[in-house]
Design a protein. Structure first.
Lengths: 80, 345
């Protein structure tokens, strides 16, 4: 799997979304399944998947799929 | 990137301008607030203490919001023992700001890294994810600052000693975060740590939730610190905050004994009879001000808590340092920890 596929998978698992649900345009404040509890699951899932430790500010700022891609870049994970 | 940087005079100057703008904003967007202001005869303030305050109780009886219905993103409610709850309306911008400023405040003492986190509570408070209790929301808000979360209490509210031991075996040799309501920390962590010789030496404790139950057991804030220090826990930060000013917390400094105001907030202590501002050393009713409430008029609130300013620009961090002394006697008990029921009750 590519990094992009792995990130999509982490989002679907953490947010309990169907396997074929498009997630690339997801935004925290627009999706009702992406609540604060799911956000913690999502961060944990991303950390596990990519073996990174995400700082507090990045957890707070991870407000969309696109933002997660950008943040992972800071940790040396090139999502494409 | 501390948010405890401004000496009192510069803070008051900055806050007065921002809070006066908020008065105008809420007056133009929140009709009940406009009527209250009109009745009060308020024109302008030349000092923070002259800004018009709302009793925090009003959020239980009035719908106070400064955003149209279709921009309401979240409605927060407080816990209350009489069934009356405050309703706090956030739009997306206000919700994002409060999270960010809470983060900035806590990172002053926790640093930028998320620490392994021991939560002195039970996972069952998050059971109904559509409607968390205030306690659940508090724990969840704090969870952002931790990783590898472990709950110190099992689903029945009993201490999970094996769980705590497992957490300490894995993370105890590096800084870790402990979070819980003051009473639960005392009852379920301090006692257990003492009894079983647990080493909490690398812990940073963040706690809140009122002292009433501890005062009933004759435990003062000072004794709380001293006794926890005896089990190795010396980095302790109490905080004071309320849902009606979500995102703003007043945080205890490293030396203990005083709460400090972040740069975007302040406190005023008032004489409960005359409403005049009281000087340091004289206890009175606490008023809390913050620039964060933009979607509801919670920027200047008169609480039902008694407090005292200990000093100004003379402590760990600049600005006022103060203590909360308890609830004004006649006020309704509405603390978060009051919702706690132990398993056998």
């Amino acid at each position: 799997m590519t990094e992009l596929q792995r990130l999509r998978e982490a989002f679907r698992t953490a947010l309990d979304l169907p396997a074929d649900e498009p997630v690339d345009d997801l935004r925290y404040q627009d999706n009702e399944k992406w609540d604060s509890l799911a956000h913690m699951s999502l961060v944990a899932a991303i950390e596990d998947e990519f073996s990174v430790m995400i700082d507090t500010d990045d957890v707070i700022n991870m407000s969309s799929f696109a933002e997660a891609v950008r943040i992972l870049g800071k940790y040396g994970v090139d999502v494409k | 990137m501390s948010v405890f940087t401004l000496p009192q005079s510069s803070k008051e100057k900055a806050l007065l301008a921002e809070l006066s703008d908020l008065v105008d904003l809420h007056r133009s967007r929140c009709e009940p607030y406009r009527r209250i202001l009109a009745a009060s005869g308020f024109r302008s303030a030349s000092d923070i203490s002259e800004l018009p305050w709302l009793p925090v109780r009003l959020f239980k009886t009035l719908e106070l919001k400064s955003i149209p219905d279709d921009e309401v993103f979240k409605v927060l409610t407080s816990s209350g023992t009489t069934g009356e709850v405050s309703r706090i309306y956030l739009d997306k911008a206000a919700a994002a700001t409060q999270t960010r400023q809470l983060g900035a405040t806590l990172q002053t003492v926790l640093g930028p890294k998320r620490l392994p986190m021991l939560i002195v509570d039970t996972k069952s408070i998050l059971k109904d994810r559509r409607s968390f209790s205030a306690r659940g929301a508090g724990v969840l808000g704090m969870a952002t600052f931790g990783r590898d979360h472990v709950w110190a209490l099992d689903n029945d509210g009993a201490v999970d000693l094996d769980g705590i031991r497992g957490f300490l075996a894995k993370h105890g040799d590096q800084p870790f975060l402990i979070f819980g309501f003051t009473y639960l920390v005392w009852l379920h962590l301090y006692e257990i740590a003492r009894e079983h010789g647990l080493d909490l030496g690398n812990g940073i404790l963040i706690h809140s939730g009122g002292w009433k139950k501890l005062v009933d057991q004759a435990v003062s804030p000072e004794e709380f610190r001293n006794r926890l220090a005896a089990v190795g826990l010396t980095r302790i930060h109490n905080f004071y905050g309320m849902v009606e000013q979500i995102g703003t917390i007043f945080l205890e400094g490293p030396s203990g004994g005083s709460l400090y105001c972040p740069d975007f907030a302040d406190v005023v202590v008032r004489d409960p009879e005359t409403w005049a501002e009281l000087p340091p050393g004289e206890p009175g009713l606490l008023e809390v001000v913050s620039t964060l409430p933009t979607s509801y008029p919670g920027h200047v609130l008169l609480t039902e808590d008694l407090g005292v300013v200990h000093g100004i620009d003379d402590g760990d961090w600049p600005g006022k340092r103060f203590s909360v002394l308890g609830r004004l006697p006649r006020a309704e008990a509405r603390g978060c920890s009051d919702t706690y029921r132990s398993a056998d009750s």
